[in-house]
Design a protein around this ligand. Structure first.
Ligand SMILES: [Zn+2]
Ligand SMILES: [Zn+2]
Length: 209
């Protein structure tokens, strides 16, 4: 049996490792990206169902904060693709919605609520739309966005569950290209999501504890 990391695609092969996946310690983490066990999925069950696509009308349900997050992800994706005009446009949109959200008296609690909400549900319809239009650049940006969103959600859940001790003796890095967050002490050589070299990572030194 093989298991795949949903964040970076790393494959855990029980035949090679000689240890059943279920027997791995609970704090075992993906050797490539640091994702925990519960972000792995069995490889066989990988069925991609794009039938239940929500309609594009769901766009109307985005909050300002969600729109700001999505557009800033798209801006980062465009930067990686050297689409400077797009990057500028997406950044303008992100700023516009950030301002609107701030006027709505948004605080950090709202941001935490947003992160707790399952933003991954928006990705299938956006991705199928990008596929329909043959837009590979956007498709790639969305693929990164989905992985980074999964990982961020998971980190937040662990932080909420374990409290500040979750961050004890660990460093925090953010990929400046795709937004991937790495918590731990063995920063991978390349970003597991967007594949840029690790010098593109920024260490976050602010005291969160
Ligand atoms: Zn991984
Ligand atoms: Zn990255």
């Amino acid at each position: 049996m093989k298991y795949k990391c949903t964040i970076c695609g790393y494959i855990y092969d029980e035949d090679v490792e000689k240890v059943l996946f279920k027997d791995l310690a609970n704090d075992w983490a993906c050797p490539a990206c640091g994702a925990p066990k519960d972000l792995f999925e069995p490889l066989e069950e990988k069925t991609v169902e794009i039938n239940e696509i929500e309609s594009a009308n769901d766009m109307e349900e985005f909050s300002y904060l969600e729109l700001a997050a999505i557009f800033s992800n798209l801006a980062r994706g465009s930067e990686k693709q050297y689409k400077t005009a797009w990057q500028q446009g997406f950044n303008d949109l992100a700023n516009y919605f950030t301002n609107k959200a701030e006027k709505e008296n948004t605080d950090n609690i709202a941001l935490l609520e947003l992160l707790k909400e399952d933003m991954t549900k928006y990705y299938p319809s956006l991705m199928s739309e990008a596929k329909d239009k043959g837009d590979r650049g956007i498709l790639r940006a969305l693929t990164w966005g989905e992985k980074v969103t999964n990982m961020s959600k998971n980190l937040l859940e662990r932080y909420l569950k374990e409290g500040p001790s979750f961050l004890e003796d660990k460093k925090i890095y953010v990929c400046s290209i795709c937004g991937f967050i790495y918590v731990g002490n063995n920063l991978p050589n390349i970003c597991p999501v967007c594949k840029v070299p690790s010098f593109k990572f920024v260490e976050i030194k602010e005291d969160l504890k």
